[in-house]
Design a binder for this molecule. Structure first.
Ligand SMILES: Nc1nc2c(c(=O)[nH]1)N[C@H]1C(S)=C(S)[C@@H](COP(=O)(O)O)O[C@H]1N2
Ligand SMILES: [Mo]
Length: 220
């Protein structure tokens, strides 16, 4: 099994992220994704509506920027690219050229993604993992899955997508650990300024505790 540069496999799939100090947010009674941007009319996609769109299954590994990888996951959901072509593009105001999308979760987490990266063939809005409905640990009711990008692109508890015609300001942009604009795992684009290789030793010290966490992960 080959992993991207600087990654180590862990057993299971830990719950992880920048909002770990909070329990997973409760799933609303009528979950939906609010879509905003330069659209001629507002759009809300209910989870039921998404579930009725063509389904896609995706076998992939999951790579966190902190250096752990969960291997052999099976996701199911709606592919993002056809959703964008059929539901978003027809609503765009004339002359609007989308460059970025922001994916926001119910816990306030946000990821900023170049449109061309979001339109890759393996980007899904997933509602199932390993044959089960997505649980709270891994993003219920829906999460973005972009396996060629680091975990921090893969917003859990997805409730809002904003489309933009210029690069949105990243509030973390001055942090040394600011997100990379593309975050491609095979290019080791971990952070905006620091070269990926440079932060590996720091992250390596975290793998032990993360392994311990993952051994207790909810997946097994
Ligand atoms: N809503 C939300 N999505 C999130 C995060 C978060 O804290 N909140 N953390 C991100 C990070 S940094 C990682 S590595 C993955 C972890 O996903 P997991 O908990 O399913 O392993 O979720 C990403 N998506
Ligand atoms: Mo992460």
């Amino acid at each position: 099994m080959t992993l991207p540069p600087g990654q180590r496999a862990v057993d299971g799939f830990p719950r992880f992220g920048t909002h770990l100090h909070h329990p997973p947010p409760p799933v609303p009674a009528d979950p939906a994704i609010e879509i905003s941007g330069p659209l001629t009319e507002p759009l809300t996609l209910s989870v039921a509506e998404l579930a009725s769109m063509p389904r896609q299954q995706l076998d992939a590994d999951f790579h966190c920027v902190a250096g752990w990888s969960a291997t052999g996951l099976r996701w199911e959901g709606t592919a993002f690219e056809p959703l964008y072509r059929t539901r978003i593009e027809p609503l765009l105001q004339s002359g609007a050229t989308i460059t970025h999308a922001v994916f926001e979760g119910l816990d306030g987490f946000r990821s900023i993604v170049l449109l061309e990266d979001a339109l890759a063939a393996d980007v899904l809005i997933a509602d199932r993992l390993d044959g089960q409905p997505l649980n709270g640990d891994h993003g219920a009711p829906l999460r973005l899955v972009s396996p060629h990008q680091y975990g921090y692109v893969n917003t859990k508890h997805l409730c809002r997508i904003e489309f933009h015609t210029t690069e949105p300001v990243d509030p973390e942009r001055w942090s040394p650990l600011a997100a990379h604009r593309r975050a491609r795992v095979w290019q080791e684009e971990r952070h905006r300024y620091l070269p990926g290789r440079f932060v590996r030793p720091l992250y390596r010290t975290l793998i032990g505790p993360i392994r311990a966490l993952s051994a207790r992960g909810s997946r097994e």
